[in-house]
Every structure is written in structure tokens, then in C-alpha cells.
Write a protein that binds this ligand. Sequence first.
Ligand code: ATP
Ligand code: MG
Length: 249
Amino acid sequence: MISIRNVSKRFGPQVVLDRVSLEIEAGKATAIVGPSGVGKSVLLKLIMGIMDPDEGEILVCGENITRARSEHEKNEIRAQLGVLFQSAALFDSLTVYENIAFPVEQRFSLAKEQVHKKVIDTACSLSLERYLLSYPEEIPMGVRKRVGLARALIMEPSIFLFDEPNTGLDPVVGQEVYDLINHCRERWGFTGVVISHEIPEVFQVVDRVAMLLGGRVIECCSPEEFIRTSNLAVQQFMKGLTDGPIKIQ
Ligand SMILES: Nc1ncnc2c1ncn2[C@@H]1O[C@H](COP(=O)(O)OP(=O)(O)OP(=O)(O)O)[C@@H](O)[C@H]1O
Ligand SMILES: [Mg+2]
């Protein structure tokens, strides 16, 4: 579903990604984990075509986003992708209803009633009915995440990218977000990519785990295998130890 092929990315002398290859399988959810600064968000930006790799290429649903020649071509490929950013990135001056309706109004020329039906359907599946007339600042962070999800899901993406879906949330709301990801995967059936350093919590929403370190994918396996691996860097990361192959920056 997403093919990352020999992708390298440098910033000046700093090599962030060094010939990374990774296959994100259709219908599955894959966690991309690794210590802070290892290049997880950079990889996400490369997948979305917001940033270009120095070498290698990325195919999204068979379409080469790296080779896309124009913003228009990139947007066509991006239409397959839903994204939930850490902050939920809502428009503060729009109501919850208007936030959810916004992408549909921008992209499709639908009649007002059709937009309304889509907004209500999506909002109901995420239990957002009572917040539709509220503004983002009036609702709790967990609900804001649901609105962010609704705004992406209304476009029916085949792939959903989550960048640190739980960072900054208390454990109860954090768990709600995980439950929500599972609920949405059952309801919409998208392929998932979840960027996180919450281990083992993130394992409850994924089928695969890929760990980035030193610019490479050092492990890619099931959560069960990840927990049992003999790889010292993985063990150090899982146990949160300061001693081991991962150097503290
Ligand atoms: N636009 C940029 N210009 C220069 N350096 C950048 C840029 N974007 C990212 N970097 C550098 O690339 C490295 C990887 O950054 P990235 O944000 O991908 O880390 P991360 O794995 O997502 O970390 P975290 O877990 O803290 O979110 C960092 O050292 C960062 O400073
Ligand atoms: Mg990041």
C-alpha cells in the first residue's frame, strides 16, 4: 500500500534517513517507533510529499509521490491519505460542523444537503452530535482529536497516518484515542500508520512494528516478535534504559 524504497534524507551534514526501505501492507496497521529525533516525522512528511527525499522513492497505492511533477499531481495522490496531526490542527474560527464539512466542500462540488448528510453520518459514528455547534476551544482535547479524525475520515481515505496520536494526553484520554483508532479501523477499514514512542501501549492498535534507529529500519515484525526480540537496541528502547547501543543525545 505504501512502498518506501531506499529513501535517504539529509539536512546539511546530518543524515536522518539512510536508504530506508519499508513496505506498509494493505489493510494492516503499522507502528513506526524509535527515539526522539530519529526521523519518524520526517518519514511521515516524505510519505505525504510535503518533503522530498534526496534519494529513493515512495509509492502510495502504486502512485509515485516522489516523482509527482506538480502540486496538483501530489494532491491527487494525497487524496488517498488521511492524517491526524498531534494537535488535531482544527480551524479555531470554525465550528465543529464547519471543520468536518470543510474538506468535502473544498474538494467535491456536492449539494448542501449531500454535504450535510456526510457530516452528520461521520459525526454520529464518532459520537460528536452534541458538539457540532461548538468551537474547538470549547471542547476537551480528546473530543478535538475525534473532530480531527472526523474531518479526515469524511474523505474516506484508504490510508490513515497518525503522528503521535497520544502525546500530551492524560492516560485515560490517551486510551480513548487508541479505542477510537480500533473503532475507526473496523468501521472504515483503512490501512494505518501510527507514529509513536508509546511502547507497549501502541501495540494494541497495530499488526506490525517498524523501529527506526541511526537512519535505518532496525526491526520490522509483529508486536509479539518485537517484545521477544534479542536485538539489544530494541530491548533498550522498550525498557527505557539509558545504557545500551542507543546513545542519549
Ligand atoms: N526541516 C528541517 N530542517 C532541518 N532539520 C530537520 C528538519 N526537519 C527535521 N529535522 C531534523 O531531523 C531529525 C529528525 O526529526 P524528526 O522530527 O523526524 O524526529 P522524530 O523521530 O519525529 O522525533 P520526535 O519523537 O521527537 O517527534 C531531527 O534531528 C530534526 O532536527
Ligand atoms: Mg516526530
